[in-house]
Every structure is written in structure tokens, then in C-alpha cells.
Write a protein that binds this ligand. Structure first.
Ligand SMILES: [Fe+2]
Length: 312
């Protein structure tokens, strides 16, 4: 089926869920990304409005209005002790590696899929994967029935070494994950602070606007140009982490979209629900800092029967 992959405008279909910027420079110059953004969000808006049960209705309203919400003391003391207890029991077996290999390494991450180790995490899986409130929050933000869907669960433990000069953390660059609503939840397993890079989100940036469309168009062309190896992208549009060069939002684009960053610090058992069509990033880690999170990801709900067939 390799010849189909080369047909203009549809290469993105060959990924299990719709990728963010994709396609060639000329495809994006004639508006591929604009069609993708408008099309996806049109389909999203055809979905029906859904409700979140009490006492979480107020939090759901914040998620809807701002694209992100923080829920302190999310789990009952009993459930929190079980979730934290299973993490503590496994912690010493976690394996750290470069977050994003790029020459010299300072930012390390241990990632573990809990779904692949169900025998070690029965309580966490019961409490978090089958969580009614998380599912309702995702249903509301995605306007989708998720009754047959299960999110994925993973630990993400981040650690920066003692190097305070060198920044190889690609995730502290402000970005959106995709161009359509997508939901992730983070349960802080330990305290998240400014020093250990607590999550940052630009409230309200999940909403489409003329300036966001203009950004999408500009960014899609730049991403394709960088991929092609073009050297004429202006410096104000580029940044570097380790040896990796990335396209970034310019100051003008930031102002046009009214981007204001908020950092979500909080103790263990704080839950963050975030719609990552909006702009977000990791805070800057100080040396010798660690942050422990449990990620509940609803991302793969974006796959379709066609995508599953094409990517078999
Ligand atoms: Fe992200």
C-alpha cells in the first residue's frame, strides 16, 4: 500500500490518530492544515453536549471555559493511599533514560505503562482507568460517548541531573499536541512545584480563533520546511533544546492569540485535566529535581476504524 502513502493530502491517515502538522511544504502552502483544523473542529462540534456528575460540575465548567482544570485532593484518602502505595512498591524498579536523546543528556524520564503490568497495579487501574468522573470529563471535552473506551495509564517520572547550564528539555517549549480537542489527565503522585517544572497551560487557548488559524497556517508551512531541511526560517521562529531545533510561536503570534501562561503547582493527589489542543508546556526544571506523575491518556480515542485498518 506504499503508493497510497505518497498521494498528496492523505499521508496523515497512515498514523493511528490524526497527527499534528503533516504533509509537504506546498500542501501546507495551499492550505492543507487549514482544511484539517476546520474539518476536525467542525466534526467535533457535531457531537452532543455531555454532563459531568456532581460534585464535579463546577470543575467541568472550568475545563470547558479554560481548557484546563485543577482538582485538589481528587481521590479519597483511602484511594489515594492505595494509588500512592502501588507506586511506592514499584518505584525502585523504574528505569530512567534520556527524555529525548539529543547528544548530551540532562533531562531523564522513567515511563511505565501500567496497562502492561496489571498484576502490579490492580488498585490504580480500578481507581483511575475505570474512573467515572475522568471518563465524564473526557466525554464532555471531546463530545463523544466513551462508554466502550478505556484510557491508557502510565507513570511519567521526570528527573533533571545536576547540570544547570544545559537545557535539553524539548517539552518546556510552548506547544499544542494536536489541532483538535484531546484530553489528558495528570495525577500528581508527589508535590509539583516551580522547581520541578510543574505543568503550564495558557488558559482559553483551546478555543479556535482567526489568530489561531493564522498560526496554524504559518506553523504548518514552517514545520514542513524544517523537516525538508530549509535554512531560511527566521531566527524568531526557532529555538533549540540539546541538539534538536524546533519551530516556536513568535512573540507576535503569542500576543495575537492572547497567550498567558499559568503554572499548576500542587501537592500529591492533585489532578490536572487538560485539553491539549490548547497551548501548554513543562516548566523549567532546576537541577537535581524530580517530578512524579500518573498520566491518564484519552488520546487513542481519536483513532478510527479506517485508521486501524490502514495501520494494521
Ligand atoms: Fe504536549
Amino acid at each position: 500500500m506504499s503508493f497510497i502513502r505518497k498521494i498528496p493530502f492523505i499521508s496523515g491517515l497512515f498514523q493511528t490518530s490524526p497527527p499534528y502538522h503533516t504533509g509537504k511544504v506546498w500542501e501546507n502552502k495551499v492550505g492543507l492544515q487549514l482544511v484539517r483544523v476546520i474539518g476536525r473542529n467542525f466534526l467535533h462540534n457535531l457531537g452532543s453536549r455531555r454532563k459531568v456528575s456532581e460534585p464535579y460540575t463546577q470543575y467541568a465548567k472550568i475545563l470547558e471555559a479554560e481548557g484546563v482544570v485543577e482538582i485538589p485532593q481528587f481521590l479519597s484518602q483511602e484511594d489515594w493511599a492505595k494509588v500512592r502505595g502501588e507506586y511506592d512498591a514499584y518505584k525502585s524498579k523504574l528505569v530512567f533514560e534520556a527524555y529525548k536523546p539529543s547528544g548530551k543528556v540532562s533531562m531523564m524520564a522513567a515511563r511505565l505503562s501500567l496497562d502492561k503490568h496489571p498484576q502490579d497495579f490492580p488498585e490504580t487501574i480500578r481507581i483511575m482507568r475505570d474512573n467515572k468522573i475522568l471518563k465524564e470529563m473526557a466525554e464532555m471535552a471531546l463530545k463523544k460517548d466513551m462508554s466502550k473506551y478505556k484510557p491508557t495509564l502510565s507513570y511519567l517520572v521526570l528527573h533533571k541531573d545536576d547540570n544547570d547550564e544545559y537545557d535539553d528539555d524539548i517539552e518546556n517549549i510552548l506547544h499544542a499536541d494536536v489541532h483538535y480537542p484531546t484530553v489528558k489527565c495528570f495525577l500528581y503522585l508527589g508535590e509539583a512545584t516551580k522547581a520541578n517544572g510543574a505543568y503550564i497551560y495558557a488558559k482559553g487557548s483551546h478555543k479556535l480563533s482567526a489568530s489561531r488559524l493564522s498560526y496554524e497556517y504559518n506553523m504548518s508551512v514552517r514545520v514542513a520546511k524544517l523537516k525538508r531541511g530549509d535554512k531560511d526560517i527566521p531566527a524568531k521562529y526557532l529555538d533549540k533544546r540539546g541538539s534538536i531545533v524546533r519551530n516556536i510561536m513568535s512573540e507576535e503570534q503569542r500576543k495575537a492569540m492572547g497567550v498567558v501562561e499559568t503554572q499548576f503547582v500542587g501537592p500529591g493527589n492533585t489532578l490536572i485535566v487538560t485539553n491539549n489542543i490548547g497551548f501548554h508546556r513543562r516548566g523549567e526544571f532546576e537541577p537535581n529535581q524530580t517530578r512524579e506523575t500518573l498520566l491518564v491518556n484519552f488520546r487513542s480515542v481519536e483513532s478510527s476504524k479506517l485508521r486501524k485498518f490502514l495501520n494494521k
